[in-house]
Design a protein around this ligand. Structure first.
Ligand SMILES: Nc1ncnc2c1ncn2[C@@H]1O[C@H](COP(=O)(O)OP(=O)(O)OP(=O)(O)O)[C@@H](O)[C@H]1O
Ligand SMILES: [Mg+2]
Length: 440
């Protein structure tokens, strides 16, 4: 008999059905994993290569549809077979729409199961499912359907398989690190290391040693030769985060590394050849820094061979419901053992806020709301400063000047009274902002 290697994950809260499915599948030499809840299934999917998912629909806590939705988002190539005891036309339609390949009604015969599995699986055998490699994981993590995010995904696709230097620019919390990781893990160098270095978090004198390595005796405490991040990333990617914080001395050395494709350890003379893709990121405005001569123009041009500007969340508000869904699923499973929903009024508040902290802020807000909520997330579970955005009734007609004042106040509130940030959002200078505030 042919030894099958396919891994099948069975999810059902009914242990008898699990046993039955497992017995049949084993008799055909499939390897099985079992889960009695969506939470368990998600944990297995994270760590295991699965070729086929067989799931029940009606389960307590989180139901099978949520699992199907999760799998479609995170493991789009994984075929799905639904086994259910309560078939309804709506459910069948919904299942088929959400990409379910096969649908089996309980009770079923052994032959029916075999046929359904065989029909669902060939897809997986012909094109191996890549759900264990971080590929689909990272692809699935970048959520968004707006044009702006589509553009970002397209650039990732173009650059992932070559070693061109990439510069990611975006406000705090817009996903710079997430995009850097996606480029690395989705591309053909993904089995080589991805080494992140936070240029802002390491004292200047240590940063050089951290990046380029050092030789024994190069400075006090250097008791043996050590590789730097560039050597550690050999064949893969180095992620230079917060590059705007690197000193001019480090910038000069980085420029040399990019030009010569070789590094010299601190304390050494001889250069070492390196073959590393460089991805740099910052939330600083580098052209501004160049004007002030705190960032080297030549390094900027070297770094920005391919530039990926990440949109602020307020520039792609249409993605908010998708992101909210993702975080509700994540934290619902983590804290409440079920999928937590949000009421439309609360979602409306989220859609109106200006999100100065971008996706990280949104994620924190949802995390807290899931912890605080009863059955579903409602307005009372959201932080106060978000709710102010609802204060001005839309039907109330006011003068332009009043509207301007109200809007300035709103932006100030949503930035936590950060005038620099508010002026940036309003696209006026701080001085103009001050004047306008004095007037009101
Ligand atoms: N498009 C996205 N879809 C889903 N989650 C996202 C997306 N972009 C960012 N996130 C999440 O938001 C959080 C912040 O992302 P990340 O750390 O990549 O931001 P950053 O731009 O590096 O921020 P900072 O400048 O503050 O370091 C992470 O938890 C990340 O997973
Ligand atoms: Mg970051």
């Amino acid at each position: 008999m042919r030894l099958r290697k396919e891994n099948i994950l069975i999810v059902d809260d009914d242990l008898h059905i699990l046993e039955l499915l497992q017995r049949h599948l084993h008799s055909w030499n499939y390897h099985t994993y079992r889960a009695v809840s969506v939470k368990e299934a998600v944990a297995i999917l994270k760590d295991t290569h699965i070729d086929l998912l067989i799931t029940d629909l009606k389960m307590p806590q989180i139901d099978g549809f949520e699992l199907i939705k999760f799998v479609s988002e995170h493991y789009p190539d994984l075929p799905k077979l639904v086994v259910t005891g309560f078939p309804s036309v709506q459910d069948s339609l919904k299942a088929i729409k959400s990409g379910v390949v096969e649908y089996l009604t309980k009770p079923f015969t052994k032959g029916e199961l075999q046929a359904a599995v065989a029909k669902a699986l060939p897809k997986a055998s012909k094109e191996p499912v890549k759900n264990t490699v971080p590929k689909s994981k990272h692809q699935g993590e970048i959520i968004g359907a707006s044009e702006k995010i589509e553009e970002v995904l397209q650039i990732i696709d173009r650059v992932k398989d070559n070693k061109a230097t990439i510069f990611i620019n975006g406000e705090s919390g817009t996903g710079k690190e997430l995009v850097a990781r996606a480029i690395h893990y989705e591309g053909k160098f993904s089995s080589a290391p991805f080494i992140p270095v936070n240029c802002g978090g390491i004292p200047e004198n240590l940063l050089e040693a951290e990046l380029f390595g050092y030789t024994k005796g190069a400075f006090t405490g250097a008791d043996k030769d050590r590789k730097g991040a560039f050597q550690a990333a050999q064949g893969g990617t180095i992620f230079l985060d917060e590059i705007g914080n690197a000193s001019l001395a480090v910038q000069a050395r980085l420029l040399r590394v990019l030009q010569e494709k070789e590094v010299v350890r601190v304390g050494a003379q001889k250069p070492e050849k390196i073959d590393v893709r460089v991805i740099a990121a910052t939330n600083n405005n580098l052209p501004e820094m160049i004007k002030k001569q705190t960032f080297r123009e030549d390094l900027y041009y070297r770094l920005s061979v391919v530039e990926i500007p990440l949109p602020a969340l307020r520039a792609r508000m249409s993605d908010i419901p998708l992101l909210v869904d993702k975080f509700l699923f994540k934290y619902g499973v983590e804290y409440k053992d079920r999928f937590v929903r949000i009421d439309p009024e609360a979602l409306e508040v989220l859609k109106r806020y200006s999100w100065p902290g971008n996706i990280r802020e949104l994620e924190n807000v949802i995390q807290r709301a899931v912890i605080m909520c009863d059955k579903m997330v409602t307005i009372k579970d959201l932080p106060d400063h978000l709710k102010y955005s609802l204060e001005m009734p839309e039907h109330k007609l006011v003068s332009l000047a009043q509207m301007e004042r109200e809007y300035i106040k709103k932006v100030l509130r949503s930035t936590g009274n950060n005038k620099t940030k508010a002026a940036e959002i309003l696209q006026i200078t701080r001085k103009t902002l001050r004047n306008k505030l004095d007037e009101s």
